[in-house]
Design a protein around this ligand. Structure first.
Ligand SMILES: [Zn+2]
Length: 326
């Protein structure tokens, strides 16, 4: 990004045409609704041919673990030891990143809801379109590094599209103690766009809250290196870790228990706690401390998301309960 990055027209970007055996720093530049935009790209081209592993972070502008992971992995890689390429976008939604928010300040767009995008649409739709056309189109495996952002908490995990056996095997190779299988993937996501292209796809979550926790950074770094080994881009076997939780369910945050009004949230549950259907998970209070709402588990399962900030706005996700694999 910035000085030292080569500007490239995304319609002319083809990583297979760039020099092997070195690291490239590029900006894919375009405009939408009168705003100049870019996708910063870090491409590590192995000395020998092989698969292309595409990794992104910063799809939401307040999730930082994946961004740091990409910078550290790119720095650590040696192209001479690689058979294939790492194609990385460390900050996919640059306007949201600089604004420090999940969505874009330009159009309030959520980049994880507008795929495959539109080159003539809003800035967020144009970013999605160029990401799909210029990054996903070249991938043999795709990993999208998310986290819970500044307002929520989620367990650190790898999630995958359970309709694709290649995605399941790659999720096992990533090496996480929580693995979440999604029988369906909601539209508009990076993962659904990869699926539409027939590309196996994974994503991560972590506790987030606007911080980079060292354990989550280690998990993400190890996971990316494990997938480079899984694909044969690097020699050696993935470092396995025991899986402690196998979650199973749609995992659509939009289907969480949502706040219907503003208030002060008191949570009675913890991440990965087992809950019974109807069990109280928390309460929303007014400014005099009176209970406005009581939130109950809509199903039996485990808690996979908690609104971490006590100040709640109407419409925000508060609790997500998912199933556990049999
Ligand atoms: Zn996210």
């Amino acid at each position: 990004m910035g000085p030292g990055a080569d500007p490239v027209n995304p319609r002319e970007f083809d990583p297979s045409q760039l020099d092997r055996g070195r690291k490239h720093s590029l900006d894919l530049e375009f405009a939408a609704a009168g705003t100049a935009l870019r996708l910063p790209v870090l491409l590590v081209r192995g000395e020998r041919p092989g698969p292309v592993f595409a990794v992104s972070a910063g799809v939401h502008g307040d999730e930082y673990e994946g961004i740091q992971t990409i910078y550290e992995v790119v720095e650590a890689l040696d192209p001479a030891a690689m058979s294939g390429d790492l194609l990385a976008v460390p900050v996919a939604n640059e306007p949201a990143f600089w604004h420090g928010t999940r969505t874009s300040p330009l159009d309030d767009g959520n980049l994880a809801r507008v795929f495959p995008g539109n080159p003539n649409g809003s800035p967020t739709e144009a970013i999605a379109w160029h990401f799909d056309q210029s990054i996903l189109a070249h991938a043999d495996l795709y990993l999208d590094l998310h986290s819970a952002g500044v307002r929520c908490l989620m367990p650190s995990l790898i999630g995958y599209d359970a309709s694709d056996e290649r995605s399941r095997i790659a999720a096992e190779a990533f090496g996480a103690s929580v693995i979440w299988a999604h029988p369906t993937v909601a539209p508009g996501r990076t993962i659904s766009a990869a699926r539409a292209r027939g590309i196996p796809a994974l994503y991560t979550e972590a506790r987030g809250a606007g911080r980079v926790h060292p354990a989550d950074l280690r998990l993400y770094r190890r996971g990316v290196f494990n997938l480079l080994r899984h694909l044969g881009i690097l020699a050696g076997e993935p470092e396995t870790v025991p899986c402690q939780w196998r979650l199973h369910g749609d995992g659509n945050i939009d289907d969480s228990v949502l706040a219907t009004r503003p208030g002060f949230l008191i949570s009675d549950v913890e991440l990965l706690q087992t809950v019974a259907e109807g069990q109280t998970m928390g309460r929303l209070l007014d400014l005099h401390g009176r209970t406005l709402d009581v939130f109950r588990a809509p199903r039996a399962g485990v808690v996979a998301l908690i609104h971490a900030c006590p100040k709640v706005e109407s419409g925000e996700p508060l609790f997500l309960v998912t199933g556990v694999a049999a």
